[in-house]
Design a protein around this ligand. Structure first.
Ligand code: PLP
Length: 467
């Protein structure tokens, strides 16, 4: 039957198992370097090793599922982002790690030790940062609906910057600051009308969305006017964030053009020069061998060139440029290990491989249709490849960890699977669905492992349930 005869029906290619999936890799045991942490290797016994520790040993010690983080890799990426900017004023780092990607007290300490700033967007993230003694002056506080208590806490802690996101918040913060006799540094978050080339639900700079003040609609200029009326607020700059998983600077080009245009308009109208421009996060990482993100040095060089050119065009002094990478620092150093529980071949379709976690520890596949890479981690295999779907143990058919995974056809219950690039937006978005116990976060470094966040227990669940 020709496709033209049934234009509304499914295309044959769409219903074929594995449709649109590229063929199996030449070697199923190989580790594609850009997807895995830098320390990832196969040991002599064939087991994956991270930070000099075998995942078999890690699974024995910490159980599965478990989130692993290669500490050296995390720190190296953080350093690379800072180094890409060159010199900067002490205490004013141009790179703020976005805590929403993943934050624990240890991560806040790593960020502090590496000299980064930290972007937090809730009372909880602020609490973790403060509990880790993160320098408050290097914190930026975000959010489209910060509560009065959160704003008070941020003011009392002396956070470096508060990013204003609504007219109500401008007046609310001004009042709170005045009553405390403080003058916080604030930025105005604008939406520049750029839709990053990514999934609709994680693109955040187009106009029809909850964040920021619209530039084209005029509310960004109104917000600046309103902030400037308040003696108790010190307006230091403009903030823009255009989306996630962005692989080049094209979207930033338009964003910078429009944001610098606003800085020029502010200079022309009020005779003031705002010293800062934050272009947000969203820099992409490789989840599969097909992803090809630019590295920190190329991205930062590109951003600086764009902002420099735009400022030259408007006759403006170049503002202090800052960025907020989350995933680009913590994504690749993270790996999740799972134990295979069942292997179910479906005749003529595909094989379902069930693991002991799922959408409660990684919601990104169900939420964004995210693609991941995984390998059998406890051994190598010469068996021919099979196209598998790695699924979790939750009561939901959309409970998929890796939609299309080439695995050796001899995969059996008891094998360990490792899923790459889960260091961002997995633990931080984890849930207790089906009363699952959220897995531990374990750091590996030079042959040792250390639990950063322990596994939840049934006692934790029951402690919250007051009966
Ligand atoms: N900054 C802001 C304001 C964000 O909303 C986000 C993500 O949503 C980030 C930074 C971090 O994004 P990514 O982890 O993609 O770099």
């Amino acid at each position: 039957m020709s496709r033209a005869a049934h234009p509304a029906g499914p295309r044959y290619a769409d219903v074929l198992p594995g449709a649109g999936v590229s063929g199996p890799p030449a070697d199923l045991n190989a580790l594609v370097a850009k997807v895995w942490p830098t320390s990832a290797v196969r040991g002599e016994d064939g087991a994956l090793r991270l930070g000099g520790v075998s995942v078999a040993a890690l699974a024995a010690e910490h159980g599965t599922p478990a989130y692993l983080i290669d500490e050296r890799d995390w720190r190296t990426r953080a350093r690379a982002w800072l180094a890409a900017f060159g010199d900067f004023e002490a205490g004013e780092p141009p790179v703020h790690y976005a805590a929403k990607a993943f934050l624990s007290k240890a991560i806040a300490r790593w960020a502090a030790e590496e000299g980064l700033g930290l972007d937090v967007c809730s009372g909880g993230e602020l609490a973790i940062a403060l509990a880790a003694d993160f320098p408050a002056g290097r914190l930026t506080f975000h959010g489209n609906n910060k509560s009065v208590e959160e704003l008070e806490r941020a003011l009392d802690a002396g956070v470096g910057r508060i990013v204003l996101d609504s007219f109500a918040e401008i007046d609310r913060l001004a009042e709170l600051a005045a009553s405390r006799g403080v003058r916080p540094r604030v930025m105005v978050r604008i939406t520049v009308g750029v839709e990053a080339h990514t999934h609709e639900f994680i693109a955040t700079a187009h106009e029809d969305q909850k964040f920021g003040f619209s530039l084209s609609g005029g509310s960004a200029a109104d917000a600046v006017r309103q902030v400037l009326k308040h003696e108790s607020l010190e307006l230091v700059g403009i903030h823009s964030h255009i989306g996630s998983q962005i692989f080049d600077t094209a979207g930033f080009e338009v964003a910078a053009h429009r944001a610098v245009g606003l800085l020029a308009a502010i200079r022309d109208e009020y005779g003031i020069r705002l010293p800062e421009l934050d272009l947000g996060g969203g820099l992409g990482i490789a989840y599969t061998s097909e992803d090809d993100p630019a590295d920190a040095f190329d991205i930062v060089a590109g951003l600086k060139a764009i902002v420099g050119r735009e400022c030259f065009g408007y006759g403006l002094q170049v503002p202090r440029l800052t960025v907020e990478p989350g995933r680009a620092i913590s994504g690749t150093p993270g790996v999740t290990i799972y134990r295979v529980g069942t292997v179910k071949p479906l005749d003529g379709l595909r094989t379902y491989v069930s693991v002991d976690g799922g959408m409660s520890d990684n919601i990104r596949t169900a939420l964004y249709d995210a693609a991941y890479t995984c390998v059998v981690a406890s051994r190598v295999s010469d068996a021919p490849p099979m196209l598998a779907r790695v699924v979790g143990k939750h009561c939901e058919s959309g409970d998929i960890v890796v939609r299309d995974a080439w695995l050796p056809s001899d995969v059996v219950p008891g094998d360990l699977l490792a899923v790459a690039a889960t260091g961002a937006y997995c633990r931080s978005m984890a849930s207790n669905y089906n009363h699952a116990l959220r897995p531990p976060v374990v750091a590996v470094l030079e042959g040792t492992s250390r639990t950063l966040v322990r596994r939840e227990t049934e006692a934790d669940l029951l402690a919250l349930d007051l009966g």
